[in-house]
Design a binder for this molecule. Sequence first.
Ligand code: FPP
Length: 259
Amino acid sequence: MCPPPPPPSIVTDTESDLLARIRVHGAVPRHIAIIMDGNGRWARERHMPRPFGHRSGMKAVRAVIEGCLEAGVEWLSLFAFSQENWQRPETEVSALMALLEEYIAREAAELRQQGVQVYVHGDLDRLSAAAASAVERVRRETAGGERLGLNLFISYGGRAELVRAARLLADEVQQGGLTPDAIDEQAFRARLYTAEGPDPDLLIRTSGEQRLSNFLLWQVAYSELYISNVLWPDFDRAALYEAICDFQRRDRRFGRVNT
Ligand code: FPP
């Protein structure tokens, strides 16, 4: 059976006011990364099982993608499932994997139409055959999207990504394609999953927690941090635009002084 059509995109007054402010100010972050946190607490507040919170979080994923497209953000990185998340109860892990498959089945065509190219990064060898084939499908179907690059991090850990990059470099040295002298920040960066795009300008974490949780450890060196108290399933376009407005008020110096 075909999935139901997505609801029409509705922009509220608050959202359009915030968007107008963002546009006047001009400096929109090119790349936003988000640690989507608080699904479990959102479900608990409603006396529902944790997977109910994850399912409700999919609505917020759609909202931030649309918000980024509208505001002119070029890259969006979402932390959907960490390496550590494999240690959650089997029922929750299966529910999250099933949601990933459902998300791709429901949204791939829409994402393609919107000009979103989806990249999926992490230790994907651990995924089930069904989840791995969904990942391949969304990569294939959205290839060439030019409005927004969407990085989905699944079975991902920042330290593991750094180890992987070091191994790739070591292999190249061993095979004679690279000398140790040629290993500099640029060479290292080129072996990260995110080599294709810029580093995040803005890192948002929802639910009030103030941790990086092993997300994009290299890439967030100079990102502006924005902690939102909103639980992820309630994070909407207006919340995203508030984060962008806050970002636009920051004074980014990258270790230098302003003259
Ligand atoms: C953290 O909340 C959230 C996750 C581990 C999963 C995020 C997944 C989604 C938003 C839905 C699926 C998304 C895609 C892209 C398919 P938590 O469970 O740690 O919340 P808690 O801290 O309140 O317990």
